[in-house]
Design a protein. Structure first.
Lengths: 183, 149, 594
């Protein structure tokens, strides 16, 4: 039997985080994606304990201030990309408003930490979403292009090809054959 | 950006290519730890040895003596503890059939060996960056397909 | 089996003849009967007449006796008694004759009996008269009585004779009437029958003469066609033979002998001679085929060699079919073809084909291996050059820097050449997997491949709806890339390139010279640009490998791009043409099968 499962990484993560923290009797409030405020001050040992608990699932406590900001930028971008009615937002405005910094500053910090631009990351995320939608195979390429705020299918195809090096149809074909191959 | 250096393994029988590769990694900003194997057999031995740390990215030449890159690819994808390694095919061939076939067999990245050192650096940089994004930004690695020229 | 003309009239003729013969037989039997009857009736007349005469004789004998007695009584002269004495014998003779004549008639016999009684009584009365007239015993009264009685008896006798005569006449009349009735039927009847028979015979005659005419015509046709057949056998290098399976007789046409290198009719063919001239290699298979004929009554195509008496080897093809004629006899018709010329030509062609295929394969693999293996060292050269850093260059002499840059340029050009060559050889060697794809999708891919140059040149590409076709996707994508790339490369300076791609369905019959006619429908896809164009005299040559219209310094290129296009279109059983007006633009037209 083969099931295609659609899931939301963010929900899973916050749920997992919540369960883990509650198990450790830590009182917290979620401030945003990947940002929590712990009400009591934990001592070094307790913090280290929490870190090791979260590590197996790839959770990492970000300590550097710039890294924290980058993580916030990423979360904001993911939120923007996975929002289905994002038509009204220009990404730079959205990020600046959301994070309370000028876009120039955000862009600089992001490049400094990740060696890539915010624009590239947005494109990467959009194409990632396009990939998911293509695999689910519920929407035509035209519908996907519209949903992701592309001016045309050609625009989406071109960006897809530029980002991944392959065309959307080749991507779909490869994934399909790969799944058949696994069986 | 990384606390630990990125583990890179290149399987290629061509000495010059290994040299280019090493130099390119030395020149990019990201901190890496690059290892080499000379053929397919050696690669599989290296991967199967529990003492060796598994690479974050494996660069795999298709045309290798003893065991071809494609054979290694299939074997790796069949081995439980190896199948999650990100694999970048690193080959001279630009045949569409080879490309699609290796993708289907489970490769994540296909790189046509460039004929320019700067291009090589650019490509390696891109591979590492995208790979990092996949690691850190909750992207689905099953959908990780990248072709670079 | 309708291969023999049908002369049906011979059957109807037989029927007509049989009827006519029966009618004639019937007529003659009637004539015979008629004759018999006539004979019979004349005999009857004679019979009646004889009885009549005998009765009259009887009568006259008695009268003679009476007259004689009377004369004796009067004269007493014994001479008068002589007739009386003889009359008794005469009466007896006549009586016996009469008895014989009326033997088959009972009433007459009875009458004759009565008559005889009367006559006997009359003679008794004569005796009595003589007795009583004798003077010695004379008694006048008794004499008178007997004389008178004699008179009455005489009358009775006359009466009886008349009666017998009447009966006989009546009988005759009746018999004659019967015959008359029988015969009176026949004259009209026999005449009409005769006429019928006559008309039948006439009809038969007409039919015969008609058949005869037809036979003459058929005969003529037969002569002509047999002449034509033997002539066409001669010209067409084939021959026929017939094998009558019932009588096991085999007939060869004249040309069969000639094909075997012999004079016509130089031997009498039979089952054994069929194999006589067959080449030893093929004897077994031909013998098997011949046995097959007898079993299956059929002969499929048999190919074999024969050896002529002068040891020349010829190649034969034979086929046979079983025919059944109107009489139901089975004849196997065989046709032999001398296919030596075709056979030799075929062998030669096959060999040439093999050679061609071999050299083609060698060429393709050489091409692939050469370009594939060549690019390895080239890549190294290029990479090593790229590793000569600016810092290294700073310490180099001017000429060394210049050489390095020249090496770089040449290596780059070699790279392009090898890439194109590889692409060209790959259009031949890769497996040709046809997939149904929307060509618009492939065009989109091609455009995104060329996105950089499209943007740089600000080119506009206009497309209407392209069809969904079964194609090799990579190759069609490559075709689009090459054609659009070509248009962009040879665009006019200071004019934004515009490429219009349109598609329509066409029928191959409209392009008999360029399209494969076995495929009915094609899609005609045209690429029209506003580029520099080229001299139309080169519209064929631009598709030839390594043909270039421009110097490589003006426009870098390998002269492989359009050759690849042509190869790709040929792989799809299509066709590509180009046309242009210098300075106005070019049109490339691709035909792809539906």
């Amino acid at each position: 039997m083969k099931l295609f499962i659609k899931f939301d990484i963010n929900t899973i993560c916050s749920l997992y985080l919540k369960q883990n923290l509650e198990e450790n009797n830590v009182n917290f409030t979620t401030l945003g994606f990947g940002e929590i405020e712990i009400e009591d001050n934990l001592d070094a040992e307790a913090l280290e304990n929490l870190k090791t608990k979260l590590a197996p699932c790839g959770f990492e406590v970000v300590e550097n201030q710039k890294s924290v900001l980058v993580q916030k930028i990423k979360d904001a971008i993911i939120e923007l990309v996975f929002m289905d009615d994002n038509n009204n937002y220009k990404s730079s405005v959205f990020l600046a408003e959301k994070l309370n910094h000028s876009y120039g500053y955000l862009s600089n910090v992001f490049s400094e930490v990740t060696y890539s631009s915010i624009e590239n990351f947005i494109i990467l995320q959009k194409i990632e979403r396009a990939k998911q939608l293509i695999i689910i195979n519920e929407m035509s390429l035209t519908e996907i292009a519209f949903l992701l705020n592309y001016s045309s299918v050609a625009h989406l195809s071109t960006q897809f090809k530029n980002t991944t090096g392959i065309t959307p149809s080749a991507f779909q074909r490869i994934i399909k054959k790969r799944r058949e191959n696994l069986k | 950006m990384q606390k630990n250096a990125l583990h890179i393994l290149l399987a290629d029988d061509d000495e010059d290519d290994r040299l280019f590769f090493k130099d390119a990694f030395e020149e990019i900003k990201i901190q890496t730890n690059v290892n080499f194997v000379h053929d397919g057999m050696q690669l599989m031995d290296h991967l199967m040895n529990q003492d060796n740390k598994l690479p974050d990215i494996l660069f795999l030449d298709l045309n290798m003596p003893k065991k071809t890159g494609k054979e290694c690819l299939i074997e790796i994808k069949k081995t439980d503890h190896l199948k999650d390694i990100i694999i970048a095919i690193y080959s001279t061939s630009s045949s569409e059939e080879d490309i699609e076939d290796t993708f289907i067999q489970g490769a994540n990245i296909y790189i046509k060996k460039p004929s320019d050192f700067n291009t090589l650096k650019k490509i390696i940089n891109e591979v590492v960056t995208v790979n990092w994004h996949y690691h850190t930004s909750g992207l689905n690695r099953d959908n990780f397909l990248l072709r670079l020229k | 089996m309708k291969w023999i003309p049908n002369f049906n009239s011979s059957n109807s003729l037989r029927v007509i003849f049989v009827i006519a013969v029966f009618i004639l037989l019937f007529l003659s039997s009637i004539a015979y009967k008629h004759n018999q009857d006539l004979n019979e009736s004349s005999k009857l007349v004679m019979h009646t007449y004889e009885i009549n005469i005998q009765l009259e004789r009887l009568m006259s004998a008695i009268k003679d006796a009476e007259t004689g007695q009377r004369g004796y009584i009067i004269t007493r002269n014994a001479r008068f008694l002589t007739p009386y004495i003889y009359s008794r014998d005469k009466v007896n003779t006549s009586f016996i004759t009469l008895k014989k004549l009326t033997a088959d008639n009972e009433p007459q016999q009875k009458n004759l009996q009565k008559l005889f009684k009367l006559i006997t009584q009359r003679f008794v009365s004569f005796e009595n008269c003589l007795k009583y007239s004798d003077p010695k015993t004379y008694d006048k009264r008794k004499l008178d009585n007997h004389m008178f009685g004699g008179r009455i008896l005489m009358e009775n006798i006359r009466f009886k004779v008349d009666e017998m005569n009447d009966i006989e006449k009546e009988y005759l009349k009746k018999r004659l009437k019967i015959y008359d009735d029988e015969i009176s039927l026949s004259p009209l009847f026999s005449i009409s029958l005769f006429l019928v028979a006559l008309s039948f015979i006439l009809l038969a005659y007409r039919q015969i003469s008609r058949d005869f005419e037809r036979l003459k015509v058929f005969n003529k046709k037969l002569l002509i066609s047999s002449g034509l057949i033997s002539e066409s056998e001669n010209i067409g290098k084939f021959s026929t033979w017939q094998w009558d399976l019932d009588s096991d007789k085999i007939d060869f046409s004249d040309n069969q002998f000639r094909l075997l290198g012999l004079e016509p009719k130089s031997f009498a063919p039979n089952r054994a001679t069929l194999l006589k001239y067959v080449h030893p290699d093929d004897k077994e298979s031909v013998a098997k085929a011949i046995d097959g004929i007898v079993e299956k009554k059929n002969l499929p195509f048999v190919y074999y060699k024969i050896v002529r008496p002068d040891f020349e080897v010829r190649y034969f093809k034979t086929i046979g079919k079983l025919l059944t004629d109107q009489q139901g006899s089975k004849i196997l018709l065989g046709i032999n073809f001398d296919i030596t010329d075709e056979h030799l030509l075929n062998i030669e062609l096959q060999e040439r084909n093999k050679e061609l295929e071999k050299s083609n394969k060698e060429l393709a693999s050489f091409n692939h291996v050469a370009s594939h293996d060549l690019q390895e060292p080239l890549r190294k050269i290029q990479t090593f050059i790229s590793r000569v850093s600016d810092a290294d260059k700073a310490v180099m002499s001017e000429s060394a820097k210049n050489y390095i840059s020249k090496i770089e340029t040449s290596a780059k050009r070699m790279r392009v050449l090898i890439d194109d060559l590889l692409l060209f050889s790959r259009t031949n060697t890769t497996k040709k997997e046809f997939i149904k794809v929307n060509l618009n999708e492939l065009l989109d891919n091609a455009e995104s491949e060329l996105a950089e140059i499209i943007e740089e040149k600000k080119a506009v590409i206009k497309t209407n709806k392209l069809p969904k076709l079964s194609v090799i996707p990579y190759q069609i994508e490559q075709l689009f890339i090459n054609l659009i790339g070509n248009s962009l490369k040879y665009s006019q300076p200071n004019l934004e390139p515009e490429i219009i791609i349109s598609s329509e369905k066409v029928i191959s019959a409209d392009y008999p010279k360029i399209l494969e006619q076995s495929i009915k429908k094609f899609h005609k896809i045209t690429f029209t640009d506003n580029g520099m164009g080229f001299d139309p005299q080169f519209k064929e040559t631009i598709f030839i490998l390594f043909q270039r219209l421009h110097s490589k310094t003006d426009y870098p290129g390998t002269g492989i791009g359009l050759a690849i296009c042509k190869k790709i279109v040929e792989n799809h059983k299509g066709h590509i043409t180009a046309d242009s007006t210098l300075g106005k633009g070019s049109v490339f037209t691709v035909f792809l099968p539906d």
